[in-house]
Design a protein around this ligand. Structure first.
Ligand code: CUA
Length: 324
């Protein structure tokens, strides 16, 4: 039957089913879809049919006297009532399951901030913009935000949860299909909202364990480390060309004279010129409000203090240096 069949009709318009919740959510969706479609056909079809059947045919036809029909009125109230209650109970059951993570779930911490996602594992592993989960194991996400409201949404998993500064919210799922799935921020959080994306990679457990204990920067040069950091942390607001995005483009930035017109380190608010050297870049990454260059007075950047390791900070500065 259509509401228990996993490979159902409407899945053609749905993303792939890649978690334990995908089947139940789609079944409920299908039920809503088909019951709405059938109701629509009955109502509109009935309307058209009766309009023709009882059309006034001669000038002498008189309108039939119909006051009410108790059975009919009862049925057209009671049947939808039962359907609505069933939808409520069905939805409540799925919601209840979604809200209760199994005790043995593998925990991953998620931090959202303008405009990227950080993932932290208990082993100390940290990733940005992409994270791996083991196949067929319950995963619990413990999520918070460093700035404003964001929302964590993986369509293929059919899970979504707001991410809120100053508190933790959670989500859980079991990935039931190997592959890479798109994750979106689905709460409008500012100009970089649409770029606030991440990827979930579902891999076999052995591969996951190996990855978990592996150093992501092993064997990379400083600039290569920086390039990795760039694509994960900077790309939402900066180009690696000279072109301005939300912040300045990185190409040719190193060594340039910058006219500083605002910032916490400005003396008496008087503009000054500084050279974009290592220390300037370092300060601008760790304390973006210290020196704000002309054209970027109102650009918002969250501090990366405590967000980047020394290795990553050195790497990104070296990367910018090499973009000539
Ligand atoms: Cu974060 Cu939208």
């Amino acid at each position: 039957m259509f509401w228990v069949n996993k490979a159902h009709a409407s899945s053609s318009i749905m993303p792939p089913q890649a978690s334990n919740f995908a089947g139940p959510v789609d079944s409920l969706y299908d039920f809503l879809y088909w019951s709405s479609l059938i109701s629509c056909i009955l109502v509109i079809g009935g309307l058209v049919f009766f309009a023709f059947k009882y059309k006034r045919k001669t000038a002498n036809d008189s309108t039939a006297y119909i006051s009410h029909n108790a059975t009919l009125e009862f049925l057209w109230s009671f049947i939808p009532f039962v359907i609505f209650l069933a939808v409520f109970a069905w939805g409540w059951k799925i919601f209840y399951d979604m809200k209760r993570a199994p005790k043995n779930a593998f925990e991953i911490h998620v931090v959202g901030q303008k405009w990227y996602w950080d993932f932290k594992y208990k082993s100390g592993k940290k990733t940005t913009g992409t994270f791996k989960v083991p196949y067929n194991k319950p995963i619990k996400l413990i999520m918070t935000s460093r700035d404003v409201l964001h929302s964590f949404y993986v369509p293929a998993f059919r899970i979504k949860q707001d991410v809120i500064p100053g508190r933790y919210t959670t989500l859980w799922f079991t990935a039931t299909k190997l592959g890479t799935y798109q994750m979106f921020c689905t709460e409008y959080c500012g100009s970089g909202h649409s770029a606030m994306l991440a990827k979930v990679e579902v891999v076999p457990e052995a591969e996951f364990e190996e990855w978990l204990s592996d150093d992501p920067y092993k064997g990379l040069s400083m600039a290569e480390v920086g390039q990795k950091v760039f694509t994960q942390r900077c790309i939402a607001c900066h180009n690696n060309t000279a072109e301005k995005k939300i912040g300045p483009g990185f190409k040719g930035l190193y060594g340039k004279e910058r006219l500083i017109v605002a910032g916490t380190t400005l003396k008496d608010g008087k503009p000054m010129t500084v050279k974009a050297d290592d220390n300037y870049l370092r300060e601008s990454i760790l304390n973006p409000n210290a020196k704000k260059a002309k054209g970027y007075e109102n650009a918002v950047m969250t501090s990366f203090q405590g967000q980047l390791s020394d290795n990553e900070l050195d790497g990104i500065i070296e990367y910018i240096k090499q973009l000539k």
